[in-house]
Design a protein around this ligand. Structure first.
Ligand code: TRP
Length: 444
């Protein structure tokens, strides 16, 4: 069977950036910045992104492109008769876990986008809180929207790589970028926005703990979509002539820039209206509508914002679903259609559980967490970090150095010996040591 491909450099870049830029940047990042003390957290996060996670991104890219295969077989192709396939299995499981709770938040977003259009969002602050709480705890509404969100995701990837994922990302990513800049400009020009800007850019390291490091690392992994086979799966559809290091660096760079712009879109507004930034996961769903309500043309801004959130969510969820779908297609020799149906089925069941765990099933606890938080924490704190660690160990210690150099340099056509040597050093020594240290200290 002939494998589909991305058509060229721009297509690969928007797809990877589309996967990276998502709810992680617009929903998770602002509330984590808010609850973890602002600028110091951001600096640590950026350090992790470029020093630690970029080498992991490059490793994952390299494994995918060299093997031209799904997340599990990639490892068994490059290291036959070994147990490394387990890394791929962890990846696929991670993708399933993330897709499950991600679709729930995607569903909330779709719901809010619809509410924004029907002008059903802008009320007093108590009403806004009520709207959110009653929506997420309801046994029906969020489940239906979660399912619609999954259908939307499936609707894109049914087209395959070039005509589905690539085409969708090419149209949506530029729109997304222009829209978020518009919101950020509005936010930083509000009277009283200065305090928010200061919160984002004036670091105070006195409150940094190991917990902060762990949260920042988890967020860096989550935001770059690494450690769960998503980059690997996309890379397996990338042609041998693309420049791995350049594309990876541009992906990390766009993701970091986008997170900063998202911070600028949210925090100045939060401070300008005198609300506390430590609201947590409800930040963009509760605080922002409250703020939009008080702005001129707020109804329009609300529509714009929740559409941004929706687009960002879909360009990311397609990468999660594609990990599972590519795996099913290749390992069980099923058609794309059937593979998507199977994935939809699994994700709908697990997603429903995640959604209900906010309400009627909230008494079910796994390690003290409800199902939703358990999936979130399992993937961000265990599966992705462990996946990332094993991945760099694989590339740094199992894969032959010649193979690494051959793949990263496109069989010698690119000549950046010193750069590649430095990347190899980061992958082989620095990344494993740092991740391991943070994991161990984070657990105790
Ligand atoms: N990076 C996405 C975000 O920030 C989420 C995501 C998409 C993801 N694909 C992934 C996370 C694969 C981990 C693995 O919203």
């Amino acid at each position: 069977m002939k494998r589909d491909n991305f058509s060229g450099t721009f297509g690969v870049l928007v797809a990877l950036a589309g996967s990276a830029i998502g709810l992680g940047n617009l929903w998770r990042f602002p509330y984590l910045v808010g609850t973890n003390g602002g600028a110091a957290f951001i600096l640590i996060y950026l350090l992790f992104v470029f020093v630690l996670c970029l080498p992991i991104l490059i490793s994952e890219f390299l494994v995918g492109r060299r093997s031209q295969s799904n997340a599990v077989r990639a490892f068994t192709t490059l290291a036959p008769k070994s147990k490394w396939g387990i890394v791929g299995v962890l990846g696929v499981l991670g993708a399933i876990a993330i897709l499950s709770f991600y679709s729930v938040v995607g569903g909330w977003t779709l719901n809010y986008a619809v509410k924004a259009i029907s002008m059903d969002l802008l009320h007093t602050s108590e009403q806004v809180t009520d709207t959110f709480n009653s929506m997420v705890t309801s046994p029906f509404e969020p489940v239906i929207y979660m399912f619609l969100f999954l259908l939307l995701t499936a609707g894109v990837i049914i087209g395959g790589i070039k005509n589905g994922i690539e085409r969708f990302s090419k149209i949506m990513m530029p729109i997304l970028f222009v829209m978020i800049v518009m919101i950020a400009v509005r936010s930083v020009t509000l009277p009283g926005a200065g305090a928010g800007i200061e919160f984002l850019f004036k670091p105070d390291f006195s409150k940094v703990t190991f917990e902060t490091l762990l949260v920042a690392l988890g967020q860096a992994f989550f935001s770059l979509s690494i450690g769960c086979g998503a980059v690997l799966t996309y890379a397996s559809y990338v042609k041998k002539s693309e420049n791995i290091v350049k594309t990876s660096a541009l992906t990390a760079f766009s993701d970091a820039i986008f997170a900063m712009i998202a911070g600028l879109a949210v925090m100045p507004a939060v401070f300008a209206f005198g609300v506390s930034p430590t609201e947590g996961p409800g930040l963009v769903f509760i605080i922002l509508p409250e703020i939009f309500e008080q702005l001129p043309a707020g109804g329009f801004i609300a529509i714009l914002f929740f559409f941004i959130l929706l687009i960002a969510a879909v360009t990311s969820s397609i990468s999660l679903m594609e990990v599972i779908v590519t795996y099913i297609i290749e390992e069980f020799r099923l058609s794309r259609k059937i593979a998507i149906l199977v994935t939809l089925f699994i994700a709908t069941i697990l997603g429903t559980l995640c959604s209900l765990s906010q309400g009627v099933l909230s008494q079910i606890r796994i390690f003290g967490l409800n199902i939703f938080d358990f999936f979130d924490s399992l993937s961000a704190n265990v599966l992705m970090t462990l996946g990332g660690l094993l991945l760099v160990l694989f590339v740094g210690w199992k894969l032959k150095k010649e193979d690494f150099m051959d793949e990263i340099s496109n069989s010698g056509t690119l000549n950046h010996k010193i750069l590649y040597g430095a990347i190899y050093f980061l992958i082989r020594y620095i990344a494993p040591i740092v991740i391991l240290t943070i994991m161990i200290f984070g657990l105790i």
